[in-house]
Design a protein around this ligand. Structure first.
Ligand SMILES: Nc1ncnc2c1ncn2[C@@H]1O[C@H](COP(=O)(O)OP(=O)(O)OP(=O)(O)O)[C@@H](O)[C@H]1O
Length: 416
């Protein structure tokens, strides 16, 4: 999750977590900036993540929670509570840090070699040192354990947690190491053109398996998007990661900002009770993006997200609209849509009342142009894909396809 995304969803967090977040980024991140390569997805063509062959060991102290002295925090934390690493530092007496993978809102993630396990590569998520972040990390840890207990043979495509430890007041989660995330795969291989239909099918099947495990475990992921899906070096296996926003299905507090906006289901925006179907919506948006290289619903606000959804799928039923706690923010009493648009000349927001009767650009219209140079067999696949997407993106969560149904859908079942 990016800081910009997260800030928008901050109202769903405890107040103290929100306070701990860095200042809001007012600019929406351009997720396809600096694209270099327009190639279609081709396996085996990605350079390895650079890991220096020689690293100098700078610190070799194994801390325990008992060693932790909060007054010394400034020595190794930056002002925002992120752990400051030394290149070549050893964590927990065994993990030799080789590179920094990234810095999210909750944590920094590093690659390391496990000197007690044949130098196997691992990824370590180091939570920021802040009581609320620590608690959030503990929740992520418990959820990961629950998921692994329900998938003892590691067949369901959710990231594996190897172990955890405390390091100078930071909770550290040790994961199996994977290569790039699907946002990066798309940037590298599918800018504006997307991945080929067979790659999309393989990824779709693995995502539905992950979703079936989440559903069985009564867990909502609540942040599925290409950034939170990692692939192996060969890019033929994916794993769903970042369970930092996940919760038990019983914890469904109604909030209009759950899930990163472009992947947010309509029931969240309208303020209806939600369930695992919200993750299926995010998967529908993600699969569309994998195939086309383009974001399906890139609304600048919840209101414009609803507009984009209706352009694709037609109007919401009045019954569904009226059940939503927030419906009067977006519809009038007669369920006409109140579209908040920017007036071109004044650049001010104006509200236009719109009666939506049918989709202006449905999935078939959008996706068929991609079949122009395809073989007849692939065109059949794309037709199946369109049908599957229609069902993942049903406006009414009660009618959305379930993971079990998706796994036997003709798009998934009809291998070439
Ligand atoms: N097991 C792993 N193997 C390889 N890279 C990983 C692994 N786990 C995380 N990463 C990298 O670190 C990034 C951030 O991880 P993650 O989303 O779990 O942390 P986060 O603190 O929740 O970040 P954010 O706030 O951006 O969501 C991922 O997008 C990925 O690029």
């Amino acid at each position: 999750m990016s800081a910009a995304d997260y800030h928008e969803s901050a109202p769903s967090l405890p107040a103290e977590t929100r306070k701990a977040l860095p200042a809001k980024d007012s600019v929406e991140i351009d997720m396809f900036a600096d694209l270099e390569d327009d190639d279609m997805f081709s396996l085996g063509d990605v350079p390895d993540v650079t890991v220096p062959s020689k690293v100098t060991v700078k610190v070799a102290v194994a801390e325990t929670a008992a060693d932790y002295n909060p007054t010394l925090v400034d020595n190794w934390d930056d002002a925002e509570g992120y752990y400051r690493f030394g290149h070549g530092e050893i964590l927990d007496g065994r993990y030799l840090v080789t590179s920094v993978l990234g810095k999210g809102v909750f944590s920094s993630v590093v690659k390391a070699r496990d000197t007690k396990a044949d130098d196997a590569e691992v990824a370590i998520k180091i939570l920021r040192s802040n009581e609320t972040m620590y608690k959030a990390g503990k929740k992520e840890l418990e959820i990961l354990k629950r998921l692994m207990a329900n998938d003892p043979h590691n067949r369901k495509h959710i990231i594996r947690l190897l172990r955890h430890f405390d390091h100078r007041g930071h909770l550290c989660l040790v994961f199996e190491s994977l290569s790039m995330n699907l946002r990066e795969v798309l940037k590298k291989f599918g800018k504006d053109v997307g991945l080929n239909i067979n790659a999309v099918r393989i990824y779709a099947q693995q995502l539905f398996l992950a979703l079936s495990l989440l559903k069985k475990s009564n867990i909502l992921h609540a942040d599925i998007k290409p950034d939170n899906i990692l692939v192996n070096e060969a890019k033929n296996v994916l794993k769903l990661c970042d369970l930092g926003s996940a919760s038990d299905t019983s914890e469904n507090e109604i909030t209009p900002y759950l899930v990163s906006r472009f992947y947010r289901a309509p029931e969240i925006i309208l303020g209806l009770p939600y369930d695992p179907a919200l993750d299926m919506w995010s998967i529908g948006c993600t699969l569309y993006e994998l195939f086309t290289g383009k974001i399906l619903f890139s609304g600048r606000s919840n209101n414009q997200m609803l507009k984009h959804m209706m352009d694709l799928k037609g109007p919401f039923s009045k019954k569904m609209i009226r059940k939503g706690q927030f419906y009067l923010n977006h519809f009038d009493e007669d369920c006409n849509f109140l579209s908040v648009e920017v007036e071109k000349v004044t650049q001010k927001d104006v509200v236009k009342t719109i009666q939506v009767s049918k989709p202006t650009k449905d999935l078939k219209t959008r996706l068929m142009p991609y079949t122009a140079n395809m073989s007849p067999a692939d065109v059949i696949q794309v037709n199946h894909f369109i049908n599957l997407l229609e069902r993942c993106l049903h406006l009414n969560p009660e009618h959305r396809i379930t993971p079990q149904e998706a796994l036997v859908h003709p798009f998934i079942k009809s291998q070439k």
